[in-house]
Design a binder for this molecule. Structure first.
Ligand SMILES: *Cc1c(COP(=O)(O)O)cnc(C)c1O
Length: 638
């Protein structure tokens, strides 16, 4: 590698914004490999991605794969609890902090168990929003000192299950989302002879901004208006159950980009708390919901993939906001409950995939010589290519763009032949390549010509499905950090976008984080023939981790769970491998019968053997091959 191709760990981190989105968990080592720092310190353990990848390969686990770093999960749980505790101490706030993890953010049992385990010293509990999630909390949250907050729309079964939690001595709090639930809770609690813990979700008028703005505001699907709250309390009083009301909840939507929304919500909900308390309702918990954002693009701004505050500011603003209102009105400081999910899970998992091919626009290579009676558009394009200089490149660029568009129209009308079009395209890409070289040497690039690099960008075909592994980039244009995990001591010089192996033209990623906002292309290395080139999609641990769908019948990925071990020379060990979905399983989910399919194919092969079209030995091998593929991974095999 020559010196001008080299790049230092600091420079490459800067290029991919690693320090900003990585929250201290990611870094690049001297070998040019991406590393995980489970303790967020450069002098702590380093887990080298290439060592992880090599060990995965030794165990014959195929890529693409999800890699989970359990230590990051644990660290995030500790971080949120410690930060709130510090804020409480700093302000001499009288209430305590109770975190509850919303299962819907990442329902994987291993994730939920790890969070509960790491959260045990802090009494970190769970939040459920459906009957299935509630059943999971019954089985998994056994800590009698932590909370289980039950949101979502409820039927009789839901309430019965929640009250079962009370019978088991747990702090299960049923949060009323809808006025009719008061009646149901009163009735079933009386039938089961158990005292419920009740919460209410307030419908605030502050509207979130960001993507989930609709989760709050007057037209939100969830929550009670002020009059509904007062009517519900009257009903509880009539049934001698007003003392069951313990929690006030609101949720402003996920990934709140702007701290002002949080402050506004606290001001409004704080007043509701204070007024209810003054009227004799001894609420104990003030539940601020989720919404604590992640800086996906590293911009620290109020745009949708970022947030303009830190965890510390968030905690300080929440604590001081509630305190101010309480002190002003003279009511006790409630315990603060947070239902933060994204913040805890986003960093812990990533998707590692390899680039399997590259598609270069500019690779069009055909003869460009004159043909007899050629169309004028071809002659013009050739003249443009030949007359291009450093003085006229802007003019030539405009001519070439126009001539290319005209040529396609002319082709469709049958005026330009296939042979002529191939020549025009080749000449066009020669012009673009040359202009790009010229632009590299000039100080000022006119706005129109800034698209040249985008035009030239290649497509890197990666072995994964956007719909399965990066659903949020497709569904809600979530920006995810994407970068190679290797060759990071080498300057990446290929501008490209990412395409997946589904047959869907939406199966692509063409929006990337950059230092100045976002770019339509990403800088990667030119793959070396015969060598793997691994890239990672990061911060995939919240929501999309479990939302992937089976578009094109690509199933769930192989999963590898990593724990840090300071005594091991590599600083890690693989604790568990969960096999991704096999082709037969994906097919069976869609009501196919893989056994019958194999029998059917065998019958056809037998018939061909009988007809003498296939040799018996080959026939047996083909049947085995078909069955092997059925049992195999759904992704490309290399
Ligand atoms: C989804 C959800 C959460 C989690 O929000 P995050 O932004 O991921 O922390 C919390 N509470 C409720 C009611 C939710 O619906």
């Amino acid at each position: 590698m020559s010196d001008n191709q080299k790049i230092s760990p600091e420079e490459i981190c800067e290029l991919y914004n690693v320090k900003r989105w990585g929250s201290g968990y990611f870094s690049v080592n001297e070998k040019g490999h991406l590393c995980v720092l489970p303790e967020r310190r450069e002098d702590g353990p380093h887990i080298d991605f290439m060592e992880v990848i090599n060990e995965i390969r030794e165990q014959n686990i195929a890529f693409p794969a999800v890699i989970r770093f359990h230590d990051i999960l644990r660290s995030q749980v500790k971080l949120i609890n410690m930060t709130f505790r510090e804020a409480i101490k700093e302000y001499d706030y009288k209430g305590q902090f109770f975190g509850v993890y919303p299962i819907k953010v990442n329902q994987m049992r291993e994730v939920v168990e790890e969070i509960l385990d790491a959260g045990e010293p802090f009494n970190h509990g769970l939040e459920a929003g459906s009957k299935s999630e509630l059943m999971a909390t019954l089985a998994y949250n056994e800590n009698p000192n932590s909370l289980t907050v039950l949101n979502g729309f409820k039927d009789q079964e839901y309430i019965k299950l929640a009250l079962l939690g009370r019978k088991l001595g747990r702090k299960f709090i049923i949060v009323v989302e809808n006025i009719s639930e008061f009646g149901l809770i009163i009735k079933i609690a009386q039938e089961m002879k158990v005292k419920p813990l009740i919460g209410i979700r307030a419908k605030l008028t502050v509207r979130g901004s960001g993507r989930w703005a609709e989760s709050s505001g007057e037209r939100a699907k969830f929550g009670l208006t002020c009059s509904e709250i007062l009517n519900g309390i009257a009903l509880l009083k009539k049934n001698n159950m007003a003392d069951c009301l313990k929690l006030l909840h609101f949720h402003t939507g996920s990934q709140v980009p702007d701290i002002r929304i949080i402050k506004d919500a606290i001001a409004e909900a704080g007043r509701i708390y204070a007024d209810l308390y003054l009227s004799g309702i001894t609420l104990e918990y003030f539940d601020i919901g989720g919404g604590l954002g992640i800086d996906y693009d590293g911009s620290r701004s109020a745009n949708n993939s970022s947030r303009n505050y830190t965890l510390q500011e968030y905690a300080l603003d929440v604590v001081s906001g509630v305190q101010q209102i309480c002190d002003e009105v003279g009511v006790p400081h409630p315990n603060i409950v947070s239902e933060s999910g994204r913040y805890i899970t986003a960093h812990h998992s990533c998707v590692i995939t390899n680039v399997v091919d590259t598609i270069h626009q500019t690779n069009s290579s055909f003869e460009t010589g004159v043909i007899a009676d050629e169309h004028i558009l071809l002659t013009n394009m050739r003249e443009s290519a030949e007359s291009l200089t450093t003085d006229n490149y802007q003019e030539i660029f405009n001519d070439a763009q126009q001539a290319k568009t005209d040529a396609i129209t002319a082709f469709k009308l049958g005026v330009v032949s296939l042979e002529e079009r191939a020549r025009i395209e080749t000449l066009y890409w020669q012009v673009i390549t040359r202009i790009s070289q010229i632009l590299a040497g000039v100080d000022f690039v006119p706005e129109e010509l800034q698209q040249v690099e985008e035009l030239k960008a290649s497509q890197y075909l990666c072995n994964f499905s956007v719909f399965q592994s990066a659903a949020d980039t497709w569904a809600i244009s979530q920006l995810l950090p994407i970068m190679p995990v290797m060759r990071l001591n080498e300057k990446p010089q290929e501008r490209c976008s990412i395409v997946d192996i589904t047959c869907d033209s939406d199966g692509k990623i063409d929006k990337f984080i950059s230092q100045s906002g976002y770019d339509k292309s990403l800088l990667l290395h030119a793959p070396i023939k015969g060598e793997d080139y691994f890239i990672g999609l990061f911060l995939t641990g919240a929501y999309q981790d479990v939302m992937g769908d089976m578009h094109n019948l690509f199933g769930r990925l192989n999963e590898v769970h990593i724990y840090c071990d300071d005594d091991d020379p590599t600083d890690f060990y693989i604790e568990e491998v969960i096999k991704g979905t096999s082709a037969e399983k994906v097919l069976a989910t869609m009501q196919y019968n893989p056994d019958m399919m194999a029998r059917q194919v065998k019958k056809e092969i037998d018939r061909q053997i009988h007809l003498g079209q296939i040799q018996p030995r080959e026939g047996v091998r083909l049947i085995d091959f078909y069955e092997e593929c059925l049992a195999g991974y759904t992704y490309l095999k290399f």
